[in-house]
Design a protein around this ligand. Structure first.
Ligand code: UN1
Length: 515
C-alpha cells in the first residue's frame, strides 16, 4: 500500500490489514474469495483481503437486528447525538477520508473533499431531524375521538452503495436511518471497500465513545454479488436502499419484492439539459462542463444529453469544443486537474463502444473520444471527454454510458425539446437554461421534465442534501437524503383514540348487538 494512503488510513483508525466484516462492533476477516483493491489512478494494488460470505452476512444481520431492539428505545434526539458526534469526527478527518476516496474512486481531490462535505451536511440535517420526526393529527369523523400518526423505527436496514459516491450515499442513508432508530448493514461496492472501512472505523469510534449506543448500530460487510443478493433476500431487513446500475437494481428489487420488503432504489441517470435561445451561455457552458466531465462523467447525475435550440447550437458547440480541448486531464490528486480516470478498463471499453455505436447511428464526434496516454499515470484508464452531435432518435441516446460522452441534440420548439428530453427510460435529473420565466415554469410543471430533479439555470449534478434525491422510471422511484425522505426509514402507525363513553362506528354504520 502507498505510504501516504497508509498514513491517512491509520489516522482514520484502519488497521494495516483491512477486514471485510464489522458486525456487532467486532471486526472479522472475511471467509470468502480474495478481493484485490486497485486504484483507478494507476492500477496499483491498494489492498488485498478476503471478502465476506453470505453466511457471515447472515450473522451480521442478526446482530443488527438485536441492536435495533435496543436502539429503537433510545429517544430520537439522543440518537441524534451519535450522528452529531460522527459529524464532528468527519470534520476532523475530512482531508484523510477524502484522500482515501480520491485514491479508490479516482475522483479529483476537490470532488472527494466535496463528497465528505456532503456527509457532514447530511449529519447536520439528520441531527436537526432527530427532533422533528413529526406525525400529523388528523380530523376524525367521530365525536370525542382523536386520530393521529406516529412514526416508529423500522428495523435493521440494508444499504448497497456504488463506487462513484463511495461514502456520501451511504451517509445519506445511514445518518437518516440512525436518527430514525434503525440500525444499518452496509454492503459497499467491491471497488471501494477501503473508503467504507474508513467510514465504519469512524462510526465505530463514535459508537464506542457514547455509552447509550448498542454495538451493532452500524455494520459493514464487504462482499460480492452473492452477499448483495443475500442482503436483498433477508426478510430481517425491512428496507433495502440500493444505488447502482439498472440491472443491479432490477435484480435486487425482485428479491425484495418476492419477500414483500420495501426497496429504495437510485439507479441510472442519462440526464438531459435544454438550452433555449434566451439562455445565459456563459453560465450554461460552465454548468455543462462541470456536469458532463466532472467525476469523469461517472455520476448518476452526470449530464449526458444536451438539447439545444438550433439558433444557439453552433455557437454553444464551438464554445464547448474550445473548453474541451484544453481540459486538464491527469492524475486526480494533482491540483488543477479537472478530469481523472475512468474507474476501470471495462468503463473505458464501454465508452469506446458507445462512441462507435453513436457513429454507426449517424452521430458525429465533434471533439474528444479516445484514450489519453501522455502526461497521465501509467496503468489508469484516462479518456478524452467527448461531444457527439446526433439525432434525437438514435438508440444510443437512450442508453446510459457511465463515461464522459455528451450527446448534442438540436430542437426547434420547446414542446419538441421537452418531448426529446423525456423520451428516455431514465428519469433522475434534468435542467433548463433560459432567461424566460415561462419556459422555466413550463419545464418544472406537470407537463415539463418527468425527472425527480428539475433545475433552472444550474446543471444536472451537484445536488444539495436538503432536497429529496432520486428519480422516476428506470431510476427506480426512490427518494433519499433531504425533505421527507426520512419517512422511508420509519414505519407509520395511525392511532385513533376514543375518549367518549360511546362507540360510534366510522361511516355511520349501525351494528347493534342483541342485549
Ligand atoms: C450519485 O452519483 O449517485 O447530485 C450521487 C450529485 C451528488 C450526488 C450524486 N450530490 O451529483
Amino acid at each position: 500500500m502507498l505510504p501516504k494512503l497508509r498514513d491517512a488510513l491509520e489516522r482514520l483508525g484502519v488497521s494495516a490489514k483491512p477486514q471485510a466484516v464489522a458486525g456487532g462492533g467486532v471486526w472479522q476477516a472475511g471467509r470468502g474469495a480474495a478481493l484485490d483493491v486497485r486504484s483507478p489512478i494507476d492500477g496499483s494494488r491498494l489492498a488485498s483481503f478476503p471478502q465476506a460470505t453470505p453466511e457471515q452476512l447472515a450473522t451480521v444481520v442478526g446482530q443488527a437486528h438485536e441492536a435495533f431492539l435496543i436502539w429503537r428505545t433510545v429517544p430520537a434526539p439522543q440518537r441524534g447525538q451519535l450522528v452529531r458526534h460522527f459529524g464532528e469526527l468527519l470534520r476532523e478527518h475530512k482531508v484523510d477520508l477524502a484522500a482515501v476516496v480520491a485514491w479508490e474512486a479516482g475522483k479529483i481531490s476537490q470532488e472527494a473533499v466535496g463528497e465528505v462535505q456532503e456527509m457532514i451536511d447530511i449529519c447536520d440535517f439528520a441531527v436537526g431531524l432527530s427532533r422533528q420526526l413529526y406525525g400529523k393529527t388528523i380530523a376524525t369523523e367521530r365525536p370525542q375521538h382523536r386520530m393521529m400518526e406516529q412514526w416508529h423505527p423500522l428495523g435493521a436496514i440494508g444499504v448497497i452503495s456504488a463506487f462513484n459516491f463511495p461514502v456520501a450515499v451511504w451517509a445519506w442513508n445511514a445518518m437518516l436511518a440512525l436518527v430514525c432508530g434503525d440500525t444499518v448493514v452496509w454492503k459497499p461496492s467491491e471497488k471501494t471497500p477501503l473508503s467504507a472501512i474508513a467510514c465504519q472505523s469512524l462510526v465505530d469510534r463514535a459508537v464506542q465513545e457514547l455509552d447509550f449506543v448498542p454495538a451493532g448500530a452500524s455494520n459493514l460487510v464487504i462482499g460480492g454479488a452473492d452477499v448483495g443478493h443475500a442482503l436483498a433476500a433477508d426478510a430481517r431487513l425491512p428496507l433495502i436502499s440500493a444505488t447502482g446500475s439498472v440491472p443491479m437494481g432490477r435484480a435486487v428489487a425482485q428479491s425484495i419484492a418476492a419477500r414483500l420488503g420495501r426497496s429504495l432504489l437510485e439507479l441510472g441517470g442519462n440526464n438531459g439539459m435544454i438550452v433555449t435561445p434566451s439562455a445565459d451561455l456563459n453560465l450554461a457552458e460552465r454548468a455543462i462542463v462541470f456536469a458532463a466531465v466532472g467525476t469523469c462523467g461517472q455520476r448518476c447525475t452526470s449530464l449526458r444529453r444536451l438539447i439545444v435550440h438550433e439558433s444557439v447550437a453552433d455557437s454553444l458547440v464551438a464554445r464547448l469544443t474550445t473548453i474541451y480541448k484544453t481540459l486538464p486531464i491527469g492524475n486526480p490528486l494533482d491540483g488543477g486537474v479537472l478530469v481523472g480516470p475512468l474507474v476501470d478498463a471495462r468503463a473505458a471499453d464501454a465508452m469506446d463502444k458507445s462512441l462507435a455505436a453513436a457513429k454507426e447511428q449517424g452521430g458525429r464526434v465533434v471533439t474528444g473520444g479516445g484514450r489519453v496516454t501522455e502526461g497521465v499515470p501509467k496503468g489508469g484508464h484516462y479518456v478524452r471527454p467527448a461531444i457527439v452531435e446526433i439525432g434525437s432518435d438514435a438508440a444510443i441516446v437512450k442508453h446510459e454510458t457511465f463515461a464522459p460522452i455528451l450527446y448534442m441534440l438540436r430542437y426547434r420548439t420547446l414542446d419538441e425539446a421537452i418531448s426529446i428530453h423525456n423520451d428516455v427510460p431514465q428519469g433522475l435529473s434534468s435542467a433548463i437554461f433560459t432567461g424566460d420565466v415561462r419556459e422555466a415554469e413550463l419545464f418544472c410543471s406537470a407537463t415539463g421534465s418527468d425527472c425527480g430533479i428539475a433545475n433552472v439555470n444550474i446543471g444536472t449534478s451537484g445536488a444539495e442534501i436538503g432536497g429529496a434525491f432520486g428519480g422516476e422510471k428506470e431510476t427506480g422511484g426512490g427518494r433519499e437524503s433531504g425533505s421527507d425522505s426520512w419517512q422511508n426509514y420509519m414505519r407509520r402507525t395511525t392511532n385513533t383514540i376514543n375518549y367518549s363513553d360511546q362507540l360510534p362506528l366510522a361511516q355511520g354504520i349501525r351494528f347493534e348487538t342483541p342485549s
